[in-house]
Design a binder for this molecule. Structure first.
Ligand SMILES: [Zn+2]
Length: 179
């Protein structure tokens, strides 16, 4: 089966790993409704929000929300064209499965940055907690300010060994960096 040179129209049942990855991301970002919208979009190659809303039976405002969300993340492209009958400008949307790698990379980078900040936070401090109050958990400086007394129940705060947490974060970072 020949694919049209412009792409977009997909032969059903012949999804590449990239397409599968793309749809996974779509589902993650927008749920089932987004999946329906994007599947319709890929079937049609290119479509306006109105046509899409009719095709999938989702309210046009919801379709627009989905389209914008995905557009902001680079997963769809939009071309502004003038409607021949009304003279209004409308957008023609198109799925960009090839952008999924960029999206995943930037997401991974953000997660990595967060983990690294967390690691240096955990590494640079010792932590204190209260035996009675589960939610009382604080770094050394804060515990010192409170004279090592639990602010909730008044019991003495105890130092915690956070080396396991540090180890777990290190492992996650290593795993992400290897991917
Ligand atoms: Zn307490």
């Amino acid at each position: 089966m020949e694919q049209p040179p412009q792409g977009g129209v997909e032969a059903r049942g012949r999804e590449s790993p990239l397409d599968r990855e793309f749809m996974k991301v779509i589902r993650y970002l927008g749920g089932e409704e987004a999946v329906r919208v994007v599947e319709a979009l890929r079937r049609m190659g290119e479509a306006t929000d109105e046509v899409l809303a009719n095709e999938v039976g989702i309210r046009i405002n919801d379709v627009r929300k989905i389209l914008l969300k995905l557009y902001e993340r680079g997963l769809l492209s939009a071309i502004r064209v003038q409607d021949e009958s009304t003279g209004w400008y409308i957008f023609r949307w198109r799925a960009q499965p090839d952008q999924v790698d960029t999206f995943i990379r930037s997401r991974r980078r953000k997660v990595l940055e967060k983990l690294k900040r967390r690691l240096s936070y955990e590494e640079s401090r010792s932590f204190f907690r209260c035996d009675n109050c589960e939610e009382v958990y604080m770094p050394f400086d804060e515990a010192m300010e409170r004279a090592f007394i639990c602010p909730r129940c008044g019991a003495p705060l105890k130092g915690i060994d956070n080396s396991r947490a540090v180890e777990r974060i290190r492992e996650l970072i290593k795993k992400l960096e290897a991917e």
